[in-house]
Design a binder for this molecule. Structure first.
Ligand code: PHE
Length: 340
């Protein structure tokens, strides 16, 4: 038995010393020290020994077990270290390597203009609201003081989707939706897409963008309208830009005005962009018609208001000195990337 023990010890130590992986090492442990292991098998025969032999043999067996356990532990430690070192080497990062630049997107010139306008009007206390692009006759015309067969309906070539449904030709429908839902004081802007059956050319597109503005409160006057719009023009185009109010007509405002600014290209001297006049029209506005207020349940004897509708595409074009509105919709990256 002593010989067997010595043999097991020798072969186990040899194998442990040569073992190259933690997994193989565990297999060795099971093979020698496990329940069905070689050493365990010997220990089970201990009972067959005589009483004199037993203590010495037991002592030896225990020493062998201890020695093997220690050898296993030492080998395990060493293997862990080499495996860790190998992993660290393999996963090493070269922090001095130049980074790969990410290509980031940019905002479309129309979004840039819209965001700037929202900032300006929000700073004056306006809310931003959204409205549907498909509207009913009620919101786009009737409630805006444009009954059926009113000749002013022809001011805009509207796309009809059915008897009663149309693509909105102006964001003014948003005024009505807000006035129906809220009590004054109201201050809101609504930016969005509008649609008209226009031929495409350098200044026209069947899809374009507007931002509607509406203020309703007690004692709102034409002075508030002028002050608010002048402030907005100066923030967008600079304080040297002059603003001109021309009498005009819209069914939903009375009085109505069209607002011109001195041409950003020639400063008012007259050029190709302003067709020699020195002025560029940027928006329509006016005092909300009493019929419109009344239709929304707001008493025009108590409240008054002003509204305006500004063309965002025109603004984007004149501000960035773009010559053709079609550039805004062609999605040519060479054009769009200039705005980042
Ligand atoms: N909705 C008008 C247009 O599209 C602009 C406008 C809005 C005029 C609000 C007056 C008041 O031409």
């Amino acid at each position: 038995m002593r010989e067997q023990l010595e043999q097991i010890k020798a072969s186990a130590l040899r194998e442990i010393g040569a073992c190259g992986s933690l997994k193989a090492l565990d297999a060795l442990r099971v093979n020698y020290l496990g329940k069905k292991g070689q050493l365990t098998a010997i220990l089970k025969q201990m009972g067959k020994l005589s009483a004199e032999e037993r203590p010495a043999m037991g002592q030896l067996a225990n020493d062998v077990r201890k020695e093997l356990e220690e050898a296993l532990a030492a080998r395990q430690e060493a293997l862990r270290e080499t495996e860790l070192a190998a992993r660290l080497e393999e996963e090493r990062l070269d922090v001095t390597m130049p980074g790969r630049a990410k290509k980031t997107g940019g905002l479309h010139p129309l979004s840039l203009v819209t965001n700037d306008l929202i900032d300006i009007f929000q700073s004056m206390g306006f809310d931003v609201v959204d409205g549907p692009e498909v509207e009913t006759d009620h919101y786009l015309f009737e409630a805006l003081n444009l009954p059926k067969d009113h000749p002013a309906r022809a001011m805009q070539d509207t796309f009809y989707l059915g008897e009663n449904l149309l693509l909105r030709s102006q964001t003014s429908s948003a005024q009505i939706r807000v006035m129906e839902q809220r009590k004054p004081p109201i201050r809101m802007v609504c930016p969005g897409r509008v649609f008209r059956a226009d031929e495409v050319d350098a200044t026209h597109s069947p899809v374009f963008h507007q931002m509607e503005g509406l203020v309703v409160d007690k004692g709102v006057t034409m002075c508030d309208l002028k002050g608010c719009l002048e402030q907005f023009v100066h923030e967008i185009y600079g304080p040297e830009t002059q603003v001109r109010f021309r009498p005009s007509f819209f069914p939903f405002t009375e009085p109505s005005v069209e607002v011109d600014i001195t041409c950003s290209e020639c400063g008012g001297k007259g050029c190709r962009i302003c067709k020699g006049t020195g002025w560029i029209e940027i928006l329509g506005a006016g005092m909300v018609h009493p019929n419109v207020l009344r239709g929304c349940g707001i008493d025009p004897e108590v409240y008054s208001g002003f509204a305006f509708g500004v063309g965002l595409d025109r603004l984007a074009i004149t501000r960035s000195k773009i010559s053709d509105i079609r550039l805004l919709f062609e999605n040519d990256l060479r054009f769009l990337e200039q705005f980042n």
